[in-house]
Design a protein around this ligand. Structure first.
Ligand SMILES: [Zn+2]
Length: 313
């Protein structure tokens, strides 16, 4: 009797196990990015520059997905569970490296699918010491202490990151190898052209002191020989008396005539700087999707702004 009961219970259990699982697509897991339906390999990326590089190279051979919301710094972004699940289910994950994506240290990600695109130059990362903690936008307080991570505004480094991305994409979709190689070469030519224009500029500014609105230009300054110091300003905030005092203290030993901003500065901020003999220009690092154009047009505009500020004599 007991055995018979056991067997029939087992049969019920087996029947239950054969029932189809509830449709995963109807279960809501937060503000999840919709599950992709293309059937193409899924490539998840850490920031917008990598999205741009991967998309240029992959064409339509893969789905390239960048999930950080607009207006947030992807370096300090905290993905929700659904976004982390998307990374966990990716066929390829392109990371920026250099301590970018702080969230990834605490998440379980499929290591075999991850490619650190800055690994080739990790031995020359810049270490920042004694950075001040501050906040900008959502995501709370942070500091730029530790490894500088805006790697791609050294266009030689950008080119190496694009190459790492290309090689990973070709391994992922070998059938599209020829097209992707061609795309990768075109991208490399454009990045090299930016690098050449910036290198030519470095002769024009030589030791000229410059200030930046935020400490994100370490690699730009190193590669292109900029004598650059930073304050901790945000372009949309008009500098108050305290901010102006900080700047004046910095200027005492560093007679800068130009402020390099991460984004279009508030008009009143520009006027305040004008009044003390400092002109403004924008060099947008473009870590997230730009309001208009794309990575390449934004970088070209950045270089043009510098070329205008430092004309050939
Ligand atoms: Zn910051």
């Amino acid at each position: 009797m007991k055995i018979r009961f056991f067997i029939s219970s087992l049969a019920i259990l087996l029947l239950a196990a054969c029932k189809p699982a509830p449709d995963a697509s109807t279960s809501k897991t937060g503000d999840a990015p919709p599950a992709p339906k293309s059937g193409k390999p899924q490539v998840l990326v850490a920031n917008y520059p990598l999205q741009y590089f991967a998309q240029r190279v992959a064409g339509d051979a893969a789905d390239v997905r960048f999930l950080a919301p607009k207006g947030e710094d992807p370096a300090f972004w905290q993905p929700d569970e659904a976004a982390i699940a998307a990374f966990q289910n990716a066929d390829l994950i392109l990371m920026n490296g250099a301590t970018y994506s702080k969230w990834a240290d605490k998440a379980t990600l499929p290591e075999a699918k991850m490619v650190d695109t800055s690994a080739a130059f990790a031995n020359t990362f810049i270490q920042v010491a004694d950075a001040v903690t501050h906040s900008h936008g959502p995501g709370g307080e942070h500091s730029h202490d530790g490894t500088a991570f805006t790697t791609w505004i050294d266009f030689k480094q950008a080119s190496l990151q694009a190459r790492a991305a290309s090689e990973a994409l070709i391994r992922l979709v070998p059938s599209a190898k020829d097209a992707m190689k061609k795309n990768a070469e075109a991208l490399k030519d454009e990045l090299d052209a930016l690098d050449e224009r910036m290198s030519a500029l470095s002769r024009r500014w030589r030791d000229t002191p410059l200030v930046a609105s935020h400490p994100v230009y370490h690699y730009l300054a190193r590669r292109y020989g900029m004598n650059l110091k930073s304050v901790l300003w945000e372009p949309e905030n008009v500098p108050d008396d305290k901010a102006m005092a900080d700047l004046n203290a910095l200027l005492a030993g560093h007679r800068a005539r130009w402020m390099i901003w991460e984004g279009e500065p508030a008009k009143e901020g520009v006027e305040k700087l004008d009044a003390i003999g400092i002109k403004s220009l924008v060099f947008d690092p473009c870590g997230n999707v730009p309001d208009s154009g794309d990575f390449m047009t934004v970088m070209q505009a950045n270089v043009e702004a510098l070329e205008k500020a430092f004309p050939q004599r």
